[in-house]
Structures are given as structure tokens and as C-alpha cells.
Design a protein around this ligand. Structure first.
Ligand code: FAD
Length: 467
């Protein structure tokens, strides 16, 4: 069995790589470890908002490039960032030519060039993927692939790469109880990263991996990065992740993820650790807060603290599914108390420390000046809210990991490189498990979809051109 291109993983990054290569005349195979007809993965679960670092994907490439370079400094690789920025609009057009439908309205009003995969998910608690944009596009791409003579094997798990003379020439595949080797002109690592792998989370993100939760499908086990590293590829860029701030109940309650999440309201109130003190700049948003929460000695020890006005107005600030009432109606209770002292007692924080945190916060809100706080506080669209009107509320928090950052170091063609930076013939990496686009102190997040779509497209083209 020989293919020009074999993709490890049947999410968008693998499907787009294979479809584009097949469109250009290559014989393509996608290996998918899961057996289900509609196998669960991030691409199927996606909300479908295509943007680049929060900037609409149809925006001018220079704007997208600048957003990546500043958001992910110093981890962004200028050449890879340039490719994503330059091809955002092109990949939307290419997907449209394969039947993808996009809604041209912004889900977030401040992102005018956004495209959202249609039909969009309904704004309700819990997973909602069947027949939505991600699920629909996956089936369209599979159909296109088969129409071009390509294959998608379900229940086929890549276990190692076959290397000869420093080049990747195939992949060992476990399926049907046995193992077989598939020869390939090129292998594309497209396995969705390692957000479902506790051991790798413990190694790269937090030793308390049991105290954060995976906001993804079960297949993101990090096989790709491990196989690529074993084959001599350079890996790096780990440390941060893309994710959201959730009620701690999300650890066990499926109605608490992927929505509702608390990013928007937490950005406007205060997040405290077990000592009652702030430890993160809430104004930097949900990804930064989730990373800081995961970085606590106990990632399940933080609380969001707000007053009754903030909670009552929460739906006004939420950009997706309002927590009030979706969180409380679905098993994510608020802790409520008539006084801050009583609230501190209820959440197990020192009352004096919590009172001090809130007093300093309120003084800053009154002045409209947040300088001088021990932990810096910035703000984006809305100014932080006072914590003044009783009763007061607290929410126990958990960090949810949607996408890991870091992985295989690649060239602008998505080709893996070796320890010396030289491209490895026949080995590519696309989508989640790549380095050079995300992370850094601001935990810059390019956007899982734009990254998967664009890198998939350029990998498919490069492989087809070199077959
Ligand atoms: C709830 C949710 C909402 C999201 N919303 C957005 C959004 O609005 N906008 C946005 O830009 N991004 C969003 N994302 C992220 C985005 O959907 C993903 O980044 C993107 O779909 C990842 O695609 P992928 O192909 O890299 O990985 P995946 O879709 O995870 O696919 C990887 C596949 O590889 C398979 N696999 C793993 N190991 C092996 C192996 N050894 N052999 C064979 N197969 C293997 C897995 O089973 C899986 O099916 C969201 C993610 C989630 C979970």
C-alpha cells in the first residue's frame, strides 16, 4: 500500500491536507484512530468562529500578521505567522468551494471580518455539535476526499513513523487487532495535540493535571508530537494552552462545558486564590486567566467574586452562552452570602484578605485608575465592575484546556525540521501540534480553525507539488 500523503488524524487539519493534495492529483489517506462514524474531536465540537488572534479572518493580512506577532511574542515564528496571515481569506474561499457555508456576521461584534461555520451552534449549555457547522464540514470534506479517490480509515491508529535515511517514508498503523505499514511519500501529523493526555499535561502545563479538565474530544493524546520527536523532529513552544474559565463543576458535569464559561464576567470582577488575594490580571481575558488558574499549586482553589449587580447583568456581558442562568440551572451553583465576611467563610478564604482585595478593587473602580495594585489589572471593552451590592457571590473555578500550544517546529510549508533546523523530507505537522504560532506571556491564541485550515492547505499543496 502506498500513498502520496498519509494524514495522522481525521480532524480539519488532516482532512484539509488530504483533500487539497487529492485535489492536486495526489493519492491521499487519512488515518483516524476513533471508530465512530461521526468520531468525536475538536473539529466536530467546534463553535466555528474563524479568526486569527481574535481578528476577523477576512481582515487585511498585515493586520493578522501584526496580531500574531504581538499576541504570541516571543514565541511566534515570523515566517509561519506570515503564512497564516496571508492565507486566511484564501482558505475560506477554498472551503466554500468544497461546500462550506459561513455566516458573515460577527458572533463577537468587535470582530467584523469574522466568519462562522454554518449552521452555527445554538447558544445552550453542554456540547451541541450534531448537524452544526463543524460536523457538516467534516462530512463534506470526507465526501470530497473519497470523490477524489482518497481514503479515510476509521479505527486506524498511527503508532510510529517509518524513517529511512533521515526521511519519513511511511507509518505503522494499528487497526483491526493487527499492525501494518503504510508507505507514504509524506506523512502529516494532524492528531489534535495533547489536551486529553494527563501525563503530557503534567509534563508541559501543570503537575496537577488531575485538577484541570480537558475541553476537547478524547483523541487528542499527543501521539503525533511523540512520534515526530522519536523520528528526530525538533519540538518546542510548550507551556501555555488555549482554554476557558469554568465552574469547577465542569470537572464532572457535561452540561458545564464547552458552554457556559465564565470568561466575560470574570474579566470584569475579581478572581482570587485560596488566600483571598488576586493572582492574575483578569482584564487579559479568559485564556490568560485559565492559564494562571492552572498554574496555581492547586488549580481547583480559585474563586470568582462578584456582587449582585454583576451577576444580574452577566447576560449583557457574555459573548456566548450566558452563565446566568445556564450555569446555575445545570448544576453549577453560586455561593451566596449577605456580607463579604460570610462569603469568605463560605469559600474558605481569610475574611480580612478578601475584604482588602475587594476594597482595593472598589477604590480603583471609583478612581477609574488601576495602577498601584500588587497584581496589575488592565481592561478591554468594559471597565471593571464594583463589588458593592449585597448579596455577594462566589463561583469555584476550574481551568478548561481546549487546545494545547507547542509541538513540532515547522517551516512555512508545514514541514517538520530536525534539531539543526533542516526540513525533514516527508514529514509535516499541521493544526494543533505545531510550535511557532502561539503562547508567550499573553498566551496568544491564533485560532484553532485558522491554524488547521491554513496549515492543512499549504501542507497539501507542498506535498502534491513535490510528489
Ligand atoms: C468546544 C470547542 C469549541 C471550539 N471553538 C472554536 C472556534 O470557535 N474557533 C476556533 O478557531 N477554534 C475553535 N476550537 C478549536 C478548533 O476546533 C480546533 O483547534 C481544531 O478543530 C483542531 O483541528 P485538528 O484537526 O488539529 O484536531 P482534531 O479536530 O482534534 O482532530 C484530530 C484527530 O486526530 C485523531 N488522532 C489522534 N491521534 C491519532 C493517531 N495516533 N492515529 C490516528 N488518528 C489520531 C483524533 O482522534 C482526532 O479525531 C474549538 C474547540 C472546541 C473543543
Amino acid at each position: 500500500m502506498r500513498y502520496d500523503i498519509v494524514c495522522v488524524g481525521g480532524g480539519f487539519s488532516g482532512l484539509v491536507s488530504a483533500c487539497r493534495a487529492a485535489e492536486l492529483g495526489a493519492k491521499a489517506l487519512v488515518l483516524e484512530a476513533r471508530e465512530e462514524e461521526r468520531y468525536p474531536c475538536s473539529s466536530r465540537f467546534t463553535t466555528g468562529v474563524v479568526n486569527v488572534m481574535g481578528v476577523g479572518v477576512m481582515s487585511p493580512p498585515d493586520e493578522l500578521y501584526a496580531a500574531i506577532m504581538s499576541g504570541s511574542a516571543p514565541k511566534a515564528d515570523p515566517l509561519v505567522a506570515r503564512v497564516v496571515a496571508d492565507n486566511g481569506a484564501r482558505v475560506v474561499e477554498w472551503l466554500s468551494s468544497k461546500g462550506a457555508r459561513f455566516i458573515n456576521r460577527a458572533l463577537q461584534k468587535d470582530q467584523p471580518g469574522q466568519r462562522v461555520l454554518a449552521p452555527p451552534r445554538r447558544l445552550q449549555a453542554g456540547l451541541d455539535w450534531e448537524g452544526r457547522g463543524g460536523d457538516t464540514l467534516m462530512r463534506q470534506l470526507e465526501e470530497f476526499l473519497r470523490g477524489r479517490g482518497g481514503d479515510l480509515w476509521r479505527g486506524a491508529k498511527a503508532v510510529s513513523l517509518a524513517m529511512e535515511g533521515g526521511a519519513c517514508v511511511g507509518v505503522e498503523v494499528a487497526r483491526g487487532g493487527g499492525t501494518e505499514r503504510v508507505e507514504a511519500g509524506a506523512v502529516v501529523i494532524a492528531d489534535g495535540g495533547f489536551a486529553a493526555n494527563k501525563e503530557m499535561i503534567a509534563k508541559h502545563i501543570t503537575p496537577r493535571a488531575d485538577r484541570v479538565f480537558s475541553r476537547v474530544g478524547p483523541g487528542a493524546m499527543g501521539d503525533g508530537v511523540r512520534m515526530a520527536e522519536a523520528a528526530g523532529a525538533k519540538i518546542g513552544g510548550f507551556g501555555e494552552f488555549y482554554g476557558h474559565v469554568h465552574h469547577a463543576a465542569a470537572m464532572t458535569n457535561e452540561k458545564q462545558w464547552p458552554y457556559p464559561h465564565l470568561d466575560s464576567i470574570a474579566e470584569l470582577c475579581v478572581v482570587v486564590g485560596p488566600d483571598g488575594a488576586r493572582f492574575v490580571d483578569e482584564g487579559r481575558g479568559g485564556v490568560c486567566m485559565a492559564n494562571a488558574i492552572a498554574g496555581l499549586p492547586d488549580p481547583l482553589s480559585a474563586h470568582l467574586v462578584m456582587d449582585d449587580d454583576a451577576w444580574a447583568n452577566e447576560p449583557k456581558y457574555s459573548l456566548t452562552v450566558a452563565c446566568n442562568p445556564a450555569m446555575t440551572n445545570n448544576g453549577g451553583p453560586l455561593t451566596t452570602a449577605a456580607t463579604l465576611d460570610a462569603l469568605a467563610k463560605a469559600i474558605g478564604a481569610p475574611a480580612a484578605a478578601l475584604a482588602d482585595t475587594v476594597a482595593k478593587h472598589n477604590a480603583c473602580v471609583a478612581k477609574g485608575d488601576f495602577s498601584g495594585l500588587a497584581v496589575a489589572r488592565t481592561s478591554r471593552k468594559h471597565a471593571p465592575l464594583p463589588i458593592a451590592k449585597a448579596p455577594f457571590h462566589a463561583v469555584p473555578l476550574a481551568a478548561g484546556i481546549t487546545g494545547t500550544m507547542g509541538g513540532v517546529v515547522i517551516t512555512p510549508n508545514a514541514q517538520a525540521v530536525d534539531a539543526d533546523g533542516a526540513p525533514i523530507k516527508g514529514l509535516y505537522a499541521v493544526g494543533t501540534p505545531v510550535a511557532g504560532l502561539e503562547g508567550g506571556p499573553r498566551a496568544g491564541y491564533v485560532g484553532g480553525l485558522s491554524k488547521s485550515f491554513v496549515l492543512g492547505l499549504v501542507a497539501g499543496e507542498h506535498i502534491a507539488a513535490n510528489k
